[in-house]
Write a protein that binds this ligand. Structure first.
Ligand code: ADP
Ligand code: MG
Length: 605
C-alpha cells in the first residue's frame, strides 16, 4: 500500500485555519464580512478579553435556513459562488467558504439564525466536532459566537498576545471594515463597555467623523481622480497632521479594506517634500473600477488584492494628490528647493542626498552678496507677545541663552562658529574642523525631548495651566484609550479630562510645548501609545513615548524661517545634549563635512 493518504477533513480545516484565523482580529473581520454579505441594517460586535474569550457578532440580515446550517460550517461550502466564472466578478465579501469551517476547527463556534420564511435554529461546532441542528427562536438575522479561541490548540494559543494587544488589533479590524460600509449601523463593545456606536451614514466623511472624531474629519482634504475607467476618491490629511505610524492609512476597493505598498508609495510620492522621512500622512482612499480589473482571490485572509494594471492606479493616486496640493497653498511653505540631481554632487555630498532623502543640501548656491538669512519673524519673540502674553516661549527654554542671543543678534554662536539658516530648514555651521549641516527640526526635537525628559526625571517639569482649556474632538476609541493613559499623560504634564461624547479637554501641557495646539500633541501621543500597545510597553516607556510626541509636535518645523538669534541659540544649545547628532527617532540631526574631506574633494591635497 502506498504511503500517501488523503487527509481527514478535520485536519484540512485546521490547516486552513492556520491561514485564515491568526488572532481574534481575524474572527472579527470574517464574521463582520459574513454579516455584511447578509444585507443587514445593523451589526453589533462584542468582545470579551480582547476577543480571546469571546467574539459575538449579531446582525439583522437575511439569516440562514436550518437545513443550511451544517453546510455553513462545512469547508468549501458557500452560498456566494456557483462556478469558477463567478470568481471573475465577485460581488460579496466572502466567497472562499472557509471561514466558519476554519473557526469551528480551532474554537467553540455557536450559530443562531432565523430567516424570514422559516423557524430559527442553532448549531454548535466544538474543535471541529459538528453538533446537531436544534430549533431556536429569535428575531430574523444571525448571531455567531466564537468562544475560547485556540482553546484546543495550545501551540497557537501561546502565540496570542496580552488581551490589550489583541483588543487593539480587533478594534483596528472593526474600524477598517466599518470605514468600508458607512451605510450599515455598527456597534463595538469590549468587556461590556460600548466603544463605538456608529449610526448609518450616507456620507463617507460622516463615518470617518464618527470613528475618528469631527476634529480630524474637518481638517481632511478631499481628493479625486478619474481616468474614465478607474476612479479614486477620498480624503487625505494636511502635512502638519502627519503621524508616526500608518494607523490612519486606509485603502478600499469593492467594500474591502486592502493593503498595497505600491499605492502607499504613490501617496508618499505625492507628499514628497511636505513630510519628514519616516512620517506618515493620513489617507482614506476608495477605488472604483470594473470587477475584471481587480482580483480579490489572492490572499487567504483577503488582505491583499491584485490589480490588472497597478501602474494606472499608481499614476492616478499621484495625480490626485499633486493636483490638490498644487492648488493648495501648503506647498508654498515647504517646497524643496530646486536642486541638481544627486549625480551632480561629488561623493562627499552624496551622503547628504541619501540621508536627507531628496537633494544635496548645498545646491543651489546663493548668489554672492545675497542676504544669507531669511528675513522671517523672529519666532519666539513674535509668539511671546502675539499669542500668549507672558507665556513661555516655544524655545529655547534656556532663558539666559535666549536673552544673550537676542541682545546681540549678529554675534556668531561661539568662537570659530558661524551659523546660517538655509532653505528655511537647514543650519550650516562653520567649525574649526569643517562644515556641519544641521536639520533644524531634528535638532530642536531632540533638544526639547532631552529637556522634557530631564525635567520629568528631576520631578521639576514646568507645567502650563490653560486658562481656557483646549477642546479636542477625537474618535470614541481614542477617548477610551486616552482615558486609560491619563495618568501617564499627567506625568508628562498633559492633563486631559473627558468632556462628554468624543470630546476631551486639555487643561495643562508642558511649558516647553509653547503654543503648539493641544490637539496636534494629543493625536501624536495617541498614535505613539497605540503603537506602543502593540509591543506591550512598560509604564516608563509610555511616558517616554508621550514626551517624544510632545517634542515632535512642539519643535520648529522644516520651512520655519528663523532669526539669527534663534539660529545661534539652537546651535549653542546642542552642546548641552548628549549625542545631539541624532533626533529621538535615530535620524541624524547633523552631517559633518570635514575640512580634510573638502580639501581632498577639491584636490587641494
Ligand atoms: P463564505 O463567506 O466565504 O461564503 P463562510 O464560511 O464565511 O464562507 O460562510 C459560509 C456560508 O454561511 C456563507 O456563504 C453564508 O451563506 C452563510 N453565512 C455565514 N454567516 C452568515 C450570516 N451572518 N448571515 C447569513 N448567512 C451567513
Ligand atoms: Mg465569510
Amino acid at each position: 500500500m502506498g504511503r500517501i493518504q488523503k487527509l481527514p477533513m478535520s485536519v484540512v480545516n485546521r490547516i486552513a485555519a492556520g491561514e485564515v484565523v491568526e488572532r481574534p482580529a481575524s474572527i472579527v473581520k470574517e464574521l463582520l464580512e459574513n454579516a455584511l454579505d447578509a444585507a443587514p441594517t445593523r451589526i453589533g460586535v462584542e468582545l470579551e478579553q480582547g476577543g480571546v474569550a469571546l467574539v459575538r457578532v449579531v446582525d439583522d440580515g437575511v439569516g440562514i435556513e436550518p437545513a443550511d446550517l451544517p453546510l455553513a460550517v462545512a469547508a468549501h461550502a458557500t452560498s456566494k459562488l456557483r462556478s469558477a466564472d463567478d470568481l471573475e466578478r465577485i460581488e460579496t465579501l466572502g466567497f472562499r467558504g472557509e471561514a466558519l469551517a476554519s473557526i469551528g476547527a480551532v474554537a467553540r463556534l455557536v450559530i443562531r439564525s432565523r430567516t424570514a420564511g422559516a423557524d430559527g435554529a442553532m448549531l454548535e461546532v466544538d474543535g471541529g466536532r459538528v453538533g446537531d441542528v436544534v430549533p431556536h427562536g429569535g428575531a430574523v438575522g444571525t448571531t455567531v459566537e466564537v468562544h475560547q479561541l485556540f482553546g484546543n490548540v495550545p501551540a497557537r494559543r501561546a502565540f496570542l498576545r496580552a488581551a490589550a494587544t489583541e483588543w487593539a488589533h480587533a478594534a483596528e479590524a472593526f474600524v477598517r471594515t466599518a470605514l468600508a460600509h458607512p451605510g450599515v449601523a455598527l456597534t463595538l463593545a469590549h468587556n461590556g463597555r460600548r466603544v463605538h456606536d456608529l449610526p448609518a451614514s450616507d456620507s463617507w466623511l460622516g463615518r470617518i467623523s464618527a470613528l475618528h472624531g469631527a476634529g480630524l474629519a474637518e481638517r481632511l482634504i478631499p481628493v479625486e481622480a478619474d481616468d474614465g475607467e478607474i476612479a479614486v476618491h477620498g480624503f487625505v490629511g494636511r502635512p502638519e497632521d502627519d503621524m508616526a505610524s500608518t494607523r490612519l492609512q486606509h485603502l478600499f476597493v469593492a467594500g474591502r479594506p486592502f493593503r498595497d505598498r505600491s499605492i502607499l508609495h504613490a501617496v508618499q510620492e505625492g507628499y514628497r517634500g511636505l513630510l519628514l522621512s519616516g512620517r506618515q500622512p493620513i489617507v482614506f482612499l476608495r477605488f472604483d473600477l470594473p470587477a475584471d480589473m481587480v482580483d480579490v482571490n489572492v490572499h487567504p485572509a483577503k488582505m491583499e488584492v491584485r490589480f490588472r494594471e497597478p501602474s494606472r492606479l499608481y499614476r492616478l493616486v499621484l495625480s490626485a494628490l499633486r493636483t490638490k496640493f498644487l492648488a493648495t497653498d501648503m506647498t508654498a511653505r515647504m517646497t524643496p528647493p530646486a536642486a541638481a540631481g544627486p549625480d551632480a554632487a561629488g561623493p562627499g555630498m552624496r551622503q547628504v542626498a541619501n540621508s536627507a532623502g531628496w537633494a544635496p543640501a548645498f545646491a543651489p548656491p546663493r548668489p554672492a552678496g545675497a542676504p544669507a538669512v531669511a528675513e522671517g519673524l523672529p519666532l519666539w519673540e513674535a509668539d511671546a507677545d502675539r499669542e500668549q502674553p507672558g507665556g513661555p516661549a516655544p524655545w529655547p527654554a534656556n532663558a539666559s541663552s535666549a536673552a544673550s542671543a537676542a541682545r546681540s543678534p549678529a554675534t556668531p554662536a561661539a568662537v570659530g562658529e558661524r551659523a546660517v539658516q538655509m532653505h528655511d530648514r537647514y543650519i550650516v555651521v562653520e567649525s574649526r574642523d569643517g562644515i556641519e549641516v544641521i536639520d533644524q527640526h531634528a535638532l530642536h526635537e531632540r533638544l526639547l525631548y532631552e529637556r522634557l525628559k530631564a525635567s520629568v526625571a528631576a520631578g521639576g517639569l514646568e507645567v502650563q495651566s490653560l486658562l481656557v482649556p483646549e477642546r479636542v474632538d477625537l474618535g470614541p476609541g481614542e477617548v477610551a484609550m486616552l482615558t486609560e493613559h491619563a495618568p501617564t499623560l499627567a506625568r508628562a504634564g498633559m492633563r486631559v479630562e473627558p468632556f462628554g461624547g468624543s470630546t476631551v479637554i486639555v487643561t495643562s501641557k508642558p511649558a516647553l510645548s509653547g503654543r503648539t495646539a493641544a490637539a496636534a500633541i494629543i493625536r501624536e501621543v495617541l498614535d505613539r501609545l497605540s503603537a506602543a500597545a502593540e509591543t506591550a510597553s512598560a509604564g516608563g516607556m509610555l511616558v517616554d513615548e508621550v514626551l517624544h510626541g510632545i517634542a515632535c509636535k512642539a519643535a520648529i518645523k522644516a520651512g520655519d524661517p528663523l532669526s539669527q538669534a534663534e539660529v545661534d541659540a539652537l546651535v549653542r544649545d546642542r552642546r548641552i545634549v548628549p549625542d545631539s547628532h541624532h533626533c529621538p527617532h535615530g535620524r541624524p540631526t547633523s552631517l559633518t563635512f570635514s575640512r580634510q574631506e573638502l580639501d581632498r574633494q577639491f584636490r587641494r591635497t
